[in-house]
Design a protein. Sequence first.
Length: 151
Amino acid sequence: MQVYANSGSHKITSHRIRKLKKRVMPYTLHKNRHPADMIISTDETAFQSGIASWYGGRHTQRRKTASGSTFNNQNFTAAHPTLPLGSKVLVKSEDTGHSVIVTINDRGPFVKHRIIDLSKAAAAKIGMLSRGTAHVTIKPLNNIEVAETPQ
């Protein structure tokens, strides 16, 4: 099968598509491989529990995130290795019982046994700033759940 784009100037074959897919997915960063099949479902039954950390010191302020936006440690954002960028996630601290809704706008954490990196503001909201880490449960939210969940 051959597909032509731009009035026939570029021939795209199935071989070329397979070659491009290999280059794009899965991605590797710091020797950690993140295949596409690790992407967590965004349905209401998908939960993940583990250790959260926070980032947002003076060296990260105003740098570009994986989504292309500028990082601001006062926003409720987070980094996750596989969830779709732009998705909303409910993060609940098992230590304090506090929760926060964050937007995934970056990739990470790249530290073993950590499942999510929160911005400084999100970490403060669930009471984990002083310790640096917390046991959390994260749940991807759909738009209706975001609207119904109190902040």
